[in-house]
Design a protein around this ligand. Structure first.
Ligand SMILES: Cc1cc2nc3c(=O)[nH]c(=O)nc-3n(C[C@H](O)[C@H](O)[C@H](O)COP(=O)(O)OP(=O)(O)OC[C@H]3O[C@@H](n4cnc5c(N)ncnc54)[C@H](O)[C@@H]3O)c2cc1C
Length: 250
């Protein structure tokens, strides 16, 4: 439950509030997760007056303001079509108007299509204070520790990389039971990420697309069993989706 609400006008003011030891104070973006019922009590720092919602092309990168909504992202010209598909898959139209890029990554589970695609693209986060840069892959397993007193202000993704996204779910709009995102750089670098299970998507391959990638994919989901699917099923589907993605980025 939210106890106190603040809406600072500057990043410095926001960071000062977030640096307090007590009461527990959390950044609020679209608020879709923070406003959901909870027994926790905390103050929130609303980020909407900080001007963090811009999306710009920076060289060959796309620079996404932390507060840009998922719907804002869909209006970027030349957004890879597979990323657009993952964003549509992440949330419904209404939710996409409020849910922000950073809020979605911070609250992502393994079933997040958006986090799976951004992890494949090796998204980099810019965090304040100190404009520290951090790879999404480093943040995901250690979110609460690494974000203490900090703010994500920007997310950088490469604009010149081929991306494929494939998924299987119970119905077309449901969250994935298994999803795969593959990013391919012109240098030959290939990143393969699996989603659909657990607390965060998993990066399986970052390097050359070699013969044994399918066994690496199978190995990564060997224990991926939950109420939605058996591990055996996930392994088979993940291999098939990976083959399709690799074909699509060729
Ligand atoms: C009706 C409904 C249905 C939903 N369905 C799904 C679903 O199917 N699958 C799913 O995965 N999620 C679902 N969600 C959750 C929601 O989609 C995500 O939580 C949302 O994308 C979070 O974005 P937000 O901008 O609203 O974040 P917020 O709720 O504002 O914040 C989420 C977290 O991110 C942190 N945060 C936000 N911005 C920053 C920043 N700049 N720097 C550091 N930390 C930050 C916050 O402190 C908080 O911990 C649903 C929510 C609703 C209301």
């Amino acid at each position: 439950m939210i106890k106190e609400y603040y809406r600072p006008e500057t990043i410095e003011e926001a960071l000062e509030l977030l640096a307090r030891e007590t009461p527990l104070t959390r950044p609020m973006a679209g608020g879709t997760e923070l406003n959901s019922p909870s027994n926790d009590q905390f103050d929130v720092v609303d980020l909407q007056s900080l001007g963090l919602d811009k999306i710009e092309l920076k060289g060959s990168n796309i620079k996404i303001g932390a507060m840009a909504t998922l719907q804002d992202l869909l209006s970027v010209s030349d957004l890879p079509s597979a990323l657009s598909e993952a964003i549509h898959h992440e949330a419904t139209y209404n939710l996409r108007q409020s849910a922000t890029a950073a809020g979605t990554l911070v609250s992502a589970t393994g079933r997040s299509a958006f986090a799976t695609a951004l992890l494949a693209l090796d998204a980099q986060l810019v965090m304040m204070p100190n404009e520290e840069k951090l790879a999404l892959g480093e943040l995901l397993p250690l979110r609460s520790e690494l974000l203490k007193g900090k703010l994500i202000t920007e997310i950088l993704i490469p604009g010149n990389v081929k991306l494929a996204y494939q998924y299987v779910s119970r119905s077309p709009a449901d969250l994935p039971i298994v999803c795969v995102a593959v990013a391919a750089w012109s240098s030959g670098r290939t990143r393969i990420v699996l989603g659909g299970y657990g607390t965060a998507p998993i990066m399986v391959v970052d390097g050359k697309d070699e013969n044994d990638v399918l066994s690496a994919v199978g190995h990564a989901y060997m224990q991926a069993e939950d109420e939605w699917a058996s591990a055996e099923y996930r392994v088979e589907i993940a291999k098939t989706l990976t083959k399709r993605c690799l074909y699509l980025v060729k």
